[in-house]
Design a protein around this ligand. Structure first.
Ligand SMILES: Nc1nc2c(ncn2[C@@H]2O[C@H](COP(=O)(O)OP(=O)(O)OP(=O)(O)O)[C@@H](O)[C@H]2O)c(=O)[nH]1
Ligand SMILES: [Mg+2]
Length: 252
């Protein structure tokens, strides 16, 4: 089981030159305004006020970066993955990975502004969309995205466009159907199947591993998201060369 030991806010940015030069993999939260992105960051890190949330949409207006230290609960204690390089960041694109580091480590969470918020000018909405698209195109540390959709709503064309972009850019993603506390429990599974079909998620009928229900209010789906992040960190696409270096590839 994975546990979050520490979480901290790093910085906010608009353009790539403002992104932090971190040495771990990032996971970004994306979706319509008010869908629960910032709440999900607070819920999975078990912090009330790490990411700012609001009663009205359009709260997150910049790209916010967080540093997360995790621990995988096993019996073998070890040093934290990334600790040494953190003190002396000689080579920002490399991390040392050896077996004794594998129980601890760092990853980044990225809170993005929501799209589709009607109450700001079109110019501002276009700027936000550009900010989000540029992030997905340029952030070389990006390892995956959590796409949030409100479980009560019909599939939205804006979400479909976002998912298509992620697929084109080959960004690994999981779909999280949020606010599942607001619908009857016995309707959740049917909703997930519909989303899977209508968002064109290419998975077999029985495999719903890249989709989950989620509730910040009831803390449903937290482990599923964290396990998905862990899988993405350690899956076969993680490039570890023969001398034990983990390489984060530059995006073209
Ligand atoms: N019932 C319920 N409400 C939620 C849940 N998650 C978030 N909310 C509420 O939804 C509202 C918006 O949440 P945020 O986390 O700020 O949403 P966001 O996606 O970050 O919004 P923007 O920053 O505007 O894009 C807040 O009032 C939250 O309390 C949930 O799981 N269940
Ligand atoms: Mg937000």
């Amino acid at each position: 089981m994975v546990k979050i030991i520490e979480s901290k806010y790093l910085t906010s940015a608009v353009e790539p030159k403002g992104y932090p030069d971190t040495i771990w993999k990032d996971f970004a939260f994306v979706g319509r305004s008010n869908v629960g992105k910032s709440s999900m960051i607070n819920t999975i890190t078990n912090r009330k006020l790490l990411a700012k949330i609001a009663n009205k949409p359009g709260k997150t207006r910049l790209i916010n970066f967080f540093e997360i230290k995790y621990k995988i609960d096993t019996n073998s204690p070890s040093k934290a993955f990334g600790d040494e390089i953190k003190k002396e960041p000689k080579s920002p694109n490399l991390q040392t990975q050896s077996p004794e580091y594998q129980n601890h480590g760092y990853f980044g969470l990225v809170d993005l502004p929501g799209y589709g918020y009607a109450r700001v000018s079109k110019t501002e909405r276009d700027q936000w969309q550009k900010m989000i698209n540029t992030f997905f195109q340029k952030r070389k540390q990006l390892s995956g995205a959590i796409v949030l959709v409100d479980i009560r709503h019909e599939p939205d064309p804006k979400d479909i466009v976002m998912i298509k972009m992620l697929q084109e850019l080959k960004v690994n993603f999981i779909l999280a159907a949020t606010k599942c506390d607001k619908i009857a429990k016995n309707t959740i599974e049917g909703k997930l199947r519909r989303f899977k079909k209508e968002f064109g998620l290419t998975m077999s009928e029985t495999d719903i591993s890249n989709i989950t229900e989620f509730s910040s209010l009831k803390k449903v789906g937290v482990e599923k998201i964290l396990n998905w992040i862990m899988n993405s960190i350690f899956n076969s696409q993680t490039e570890i060369n023969q001398s034990g270096k983990l390489i984060i590839h530059d995006k073209e």
